[in-house]
Write a protein that binds this ligand. Sequence first.
Ligand SMILES: [Zn+2]
Length: 257
Amino acid sequence: MKTTLRTRRLEELNWMEFKRLVPKRTAAVLVPVGTIEAHGVTGLGTDNQIPLSVAERIAVPVNALIAPAVHYGITKSLLPYPGSVTVLPDTFERYVSEVAAGLADAGFRRIVFLNGHGGNTEALKNVSVRLYRDKQAYSMVIDWWTLCDEEVRQVYGHAGGHAGTDETALVMVDHPEQVRRQEYKKELAFLARPGLAALPFPGSIILSKKGEGFPDFNPAKATQLMAAVCAKVEQTILDVFGRWNTLDRNADFAERQ
Ligand SMILES: [Zn+2]
């Protein structure tokens, strides 16, 4: 069901508006999750800004509200870079679990973690288990860069990377002033390779394929990538919601037998 609202941001609604909306008109919430970490020539909050940009674009078509983001996450290999911040994994997992449980108590039955940072993924999956066990709420974790690997290849003809082609492009769409192209040099990048873990990691741009994934600063391609990423994330969420609805209907049916 599509519904027209004054705002999709939870923190901009008052409690009376909220009561009228949740769960009757929407039982879904998008929770952007990121971290504060060095990202080549884009902002330290890149991993928060991208999920927020995606959330703003897909909230209406997936009929969800947007929860305030979890800005601090689990930063590891880039922690020694100036301005990077971390919380420890168990703290993060407990904190996000309590936030999610609070959202479930407020009436949300479907919680979508729009994750911008790989270091958070395992903890977020654990949060999903806790959330179901404690609140019987359904949740999913979307790692947009993995889900949209194919879209990056379609737009650019090669793989992306941390602070590389894809992340730099998506920041550029909504925050062009934060992409400091004049500070870019290829030496900021370092190739990740299986079997190597280094702290500090030798580059704040992390490439996964040799010779691929450098930022290209092309605004038209960036806009194209944003559209492709949002379409893929939106469709994936709708696919999952559809299956969850079927699952619920079948469960109801089973109960009635
Ligand atoms: Zn990132």
